[in-house]
Design a protein around this ligand. Structure first.
Ligand code: PAN
Ligand code: ZN
Length: 191
């Protein structure tokens, strides 16, 4: 096991910027166009408006081994693709028995979760919300506000990310704007 020296990272709550990010990752519409229910609207935006930034992740780089605790920020820009709010891709942990903690830093979002057994949960997060993603729950975040939604995540290094299951099946629940309000609806395309 690597013996690391302690360190502190300063976090800008409004933007999620880290003082010394080990990595910065950007997800644009083209990286996830097929994940939105309104794929025709994804295609129209890409053709007419360009490849908009949906979210950015900034994290510390740690060895992938037992006992290491990676942490990062995620900033989701405000906006919608059709009725569906900007969101992360979402994933199960490759090691399903690994949970995670999210902490809201600014803005307003939803944490959409589900299990392979068919349970679903959609929780609202604001600045100061500490949300627990238990083992076995896939998780996706959605920006339901008019400003950036920013949160901090902490997980175990060996959890790993299984994106393929969600890319194939989607989430059972979507968060869409209906009558001007964020509304949770069934995903008509689920599996
Ligand atoms: C988070 C997510 C981050 C980006 O740190 O990785 O919010 O979402 P996607 O990974 O779904 O693109 C986390 O859950 N880590 O395990
Ligand atoms: Zn995760």
């Amino acid at each position: 096991m690597n013996h690391l020296a302690p360190f502190v990272t300063e976090v800008d709550f409004a933007t999620g910027a880290l003082s010394a990010p080990g990595y910065v990752l950007q997800r644009r519409l083209s990286d996830m166009a097929s994940m939105y229910a309104d794929s025709a609207e994804s295609a129209r935006i890409l053709a007419e408006e360009g490849d908009r930034l949906i979210y950015e992740v900034q994290g510390v780089e740690l060895p992938v081994e037992e006992g290491q605790i990676p942490h990062c920020t995620t900033r989701i820009s405000p906006g919608r693709i059709g009725a569906e709010y900007h969101m992360t891709k979402g994933h199960y942990h490759a090691r399903r028995e690994q949970g995670e903690v999210y902490f809201g830093l600014s803005g307003r979002g939803c944490l959409v979760m589900q299990t392979e057994a068919g349970e679903t949960s959609v929780q609202t997060m604001v600045a100061g919300s500490a949300a627990y993603v238990p083992p076995f729950w896939a998780h996706r975040t959605v920006n339901i506000g008019d400003e950036d939604f920013v949160f901090f995540s902490v997980w175990e290094a060996r959890a790993g990310h299984d994106y393929g299951t969600i890319e194939r099946d989607g989430f059972r629940k979507l968060v869409v704007r209906r009558d001007g309000q964020p509304t949770v609806v069934d995903n008509p395309r689920y599996r």
